[in-house]
Structures are given as structure tokens and as C-alpha cells.
Design a protein around this ligand. Structure first.
Ligand SMILES: [Zn+2]
Length: 63
């Protein structure tokens, strides 16, 4: 019996800080839409279909 293991990126949340206004927020690493800073509206992460590309300072990886 063969097992097929899909190498999908792990779902997790990332605690980030905006490079521009220092606002901190928690974002989902597999978000399907662009994530903008709730403080200044700057783009903090963009979707790739898999794991997002973070354009903010990563403070902590959660779970
Ligand atoms: Zn900001």
C-alpha cells in the first residue's frame, strides 16, 4: 500500500509588524487575498496560491 504525502505548506499564523507604521497584527500564512496593514493600509503580504510572501517584519511564527 502506498501513501502519497502532499508537501503542502503548513497552516499557521504569523505575528508581523508593519515596516511603515509599526502596527502589529497576526496574519494567516495561506491567505488567499492581499493582506494590508490595518494602521496605514500598506500591503503586508501577498498570496501565491500556497504560502504568502510577507512584506513586513516577522516577530513570531505562531503554531
Ligand atoms: Zn502600517
Amino acid at each position: 500500500m502506498s501513501k502519497s504525502i502532499v508537501q503542502a505548506p503548513k497552516s499557521r499564523f504569523i505575528h508581523v509588524m508593519c515596516k511603515k507604521c509599526k502596527n502589529e497584527q497576526v496574519i494567516y500564512n495561506k491567505a488567499a487575498t492581499v493582506i494590508v496593514c490595518t494602521g496605514c493600509g500598506m500591503e503586508m503580504a501577498k498570496p501565491t496560491g500556497g504560502e504568502i510572501i510577507v512584506n513586513a517584519k516577522v516577530l513570531e511564527i505562531l503554531g
